[in-house]
Design a protein around this ligand. Structure first.
Ligand code: 13P
Length: 248
C-alpha cells in the first residue's frame, strides 16, 4: 500500500499563500509516489480544484446531514459535487472546542460515506488518560461508538487517524514504538468491526509529524501514513514529507 501524507491546514493560509504553495509543490509532485492529500479550509476548496494532478483535496469537517435547514453547515453532498474526495471526522479540536461527541461523529461518518466521500476518522487520548493507563479504553470507545453500524462501501473508504492529543501542535510526537503499539491495537479493533476490510484500512499517525521523524514512524508495520498539521503549512516541508513517504 502507498503511504499517505495528509496535510490538515486547519484554519490557516490565505489565497496568495495557497497560490505560492501550489506553485512550489507542483515543481516536485510528479515525483510523489504516495497518496498526497490536503485539507484546506472549506472555502478554499473551490479555487484549488484542478490546481494539481497529484494532490487530492478534501474537507476538514462536514455536516451529519445531506441538506436542509442547518445554517452554517457544509453538506457532504456539496463537497463531493465540488470534487472533494475525503473529509476528516472526529478531530480532537472538533471534539474539544465544538463538543462533538460519539453520536454526532457517527452521523457525520455515515453521511459522508453515503455522499461518496472517504472518511478519515480521528481518535486519540489526552495526556491524563495516557498517564492513567486508559489509552486503549478511550480509543476502543471512540472507535466502537463512532463507527457503530457503519458500512464501508469499499476498502479505501475509511481511514483511521491516531492522534494523541498531547502530541498535537506540541512538538512532542509519540515515539515510533508508542505509535505502533496503539496502531496495532486499532488494527485489531478494525478487524473485529469490519471482518472483510478491517485488515486493509489505512491507519495514519498524527501529532507533531515533521521531516525528521516521518521515516521512523512510517517504518512501523501498522503505520500507513501521517496526518500532518503544522509541518504541512510549509510547502518545502510538505514536499519533503511526500518525497520521504514515496520511498516506502
Ligand atoms: P500537528 O502536526 O501540528 O501536531 O497537528 C496534527 C494534527 O492535528 C493533524 O490533524
Amino acid at each position: 500500500m502507498s503511504k499517505y501524507i495528509v496535510g490538515n491546514w486547519k484554519m490557516n493560509q490565505t489565497l496568495p499563500e495557497i497560490k505560492a504553495y501550489f506553485e512550489y509543490v507542483e515543481k516536485y509532485s510528479a515525483k510523489f509516489n504516495c497518496e498526497s492529500w490536503i485539507a484546506p479550509q472549506a472555502i478554499h476548496l473551490a479555487p484549488l480544484m484542478n490546481k494539481s494532478k497529484k494532490i487530492v483535496l478534501g474537507a476538514q469537517n462536514s455536516a451529519p446531514f445531506d441538506k436542509g435547514a442547518y445554517t452554517g453547515e457544509v453538506s457532504p453532498v456539496a463537497l463531493k459535487e465540488l470534487g472533494a474526495k475525503f473529509t476528516i471526522v472526529g478531530h480532537s479540536e472538533r471534539r474539544t472546542y465544538f463538543k462533538e461527541h460519539h453520536a454526532l461523529l457517527n452521523k457525520k461518518t455515515e453521511a459522508a460515506l453515503n455522499a461518496g466521500l472517504k472518511v478519515i476518522f480521528c481518535v486519540g487520548e489526552t495526556a491524563q488518560e495516557r498517564n492513567d493507563d486508559r489509552t486503549f479504553v478511550v480509543i476502543e470507545e471512540q472507535l466502537r461508538e463512532g463507527l457503530k453500524s457503519i458500512i464501508i462501501p469499499n476498502p479505501e473508504a475509511l481511514l483511521v487517524a491516531y492522534e494523541p492529543i498531547w502530541a498535537i501542535g506540541t512538538g512532542m510526537n509519540a515515539t515510533a514504538s508508542q505509535a505502533q503499539e496503539v496502531h496495532e491495537f486499532i488494527r485489531v479493533q478494525l478487524k473485529d468491526t469490519f471482518p472483510t476490510t478491517g485488515k486493509d484500512l489505512p491507519i495514519l499517525y498524527g501529532g507533531s509529524v515533521n521531516t525528521e521523524n516521518i521515516e521512523s514512524l512510517l517504518a512501523q508495520r501498522d503505520i500507513d501514513g501521517a496526518l500532518v498539521g503544522g509541518a504541512s503549512l510549509k510547502p518545502e516541508d510538505y514536499t519533503k514529507l511526500c518525497l520521504l513517504a514515496s520511498k516506502f
